[in-house]
Design a protein around this ligand. Structure first.
Ligand SMILES: [Fe+2]
Length: 280
């Protein structure tokens, strides 16, 4: 399959030093401002996270929004997201999660670069892979995304670029049985492919609403807290955690190294239903 015809590639200007990225994920915005998810106002928590980024990150080159940007796929949620992300940068790149509606998302992004699947910036290639299976909770890349990935990696190798890969669902088990049922179904094929390309330096995702900093053959494996409700690490069944909303920052260096960390909102008392038994 020739996926290159579908490749939406774009460049972001850069003024020297490391490429500075912020990832904000799993915003779960509702149709109306102030809609609650498991007792938490997801507009309020997102604004708190954005305020924290403003406090802590003097400059960012681009923002990654890695899925579940809305909770129910409402058009109005994506329009509000544009405004929220626009407080930080116009260079934001979006992926769908299982809670997103592809048609609404693409309609709101029409005429913008938010829905690119390759971003080139100062010696780095950022690949955004779509792991959504419409109507399903779990993720899969599928032949088309894997072909696109392979074509991007071949281009990166030829151009001497370093690569960061982003997706919504986790490509590795995170140690929570209930959510690991939802991991990328064809992760074996994904890792076989990236194992053949030394340009890949990191993989970052959302979906699991918790921080993970791991490693696979020298490639950073990074999961990021939600900008709203958190899930308890290591839980066998669905369990909400009381940690605060947060974001991840990544500094991509010219030598291919990645510095990264997670920061959480402090000094704000968020409401959340800790005894909730489910999340759809
Ligand atoms: Fe989510």
């Amino acid at each position: 399959m020739d996926a290159s015809a579908d490749l939406r590639s774009c460049g972001v200007d850069h003024n020297g030093g490391p490429v500075k990225i912020v990832q904000i994920t799993d915003c779960h915005l509702g149709d109306l401002p102030g809609t609650a998810l498991l007792g938490m106002d997801t507009d309020h928590s997102l604004q708190c996270v954005i305020n924290l980024v403003k406090e802590e990150r003097a400059h960012i080159d681009l923002l990654l929004g890695t899925g579940d940007l809305s909770d129910q796929g409402a058009n109005a949620a994506y329009h509000r997201l544009k405004e929220y992300f626009g407080q930080l940068t116009q260079h934001s790149f979006w992926l769908p999660g299982n809670h997103d509606a592809r048609e609404e998302l693409t309609a709101v992004c029409e005429g913008t670069r938010h829905f690119a699947n390759e971003v080139l910036v100062s010696g780095w290639q950022i690949i955004l892979l779509d792991s959504q299976i419409p109507g399903e909770v779990g993720g899969e890349l599928g032949a088309h995304q894997l072909t696109l990935l392979e074509q991007c990696l071949v281009r990166a190798a030829a151009a001497g670029l370093h690569t960061l890969i982003c997706m919504h669902h986790q490509p590795v088990a995170v140690g929570s049985a209930w959510i690991d049922e939802q991991m990328v179904a064809d992760a074996d094929e994904f890792f076989k492919l990236i194992g053949q390309h030394s340009c890949v330096k990191g993989i970052v995702w959302g979906h699991v609403h918790q921080q993970i900093d791991g490693d696979w053959q020298g490639i950073a494996l990074l999961a990021t807290p939600s900008s709203c409700v958190q899930f308890a690490p290591g839980a066998v069944e669905f369990k909400v955690d009381d940690q605060a909303p947060g974001y991840r920052w990544l500094d991509l260096h010219a030598d291919g190294t990645i510095q990264t960390g997670v920061s959480r909102v402090h000094g704000v008392a968020f409401s959340v239903e800790l005894d909730s038994g489910g999340y759809l």
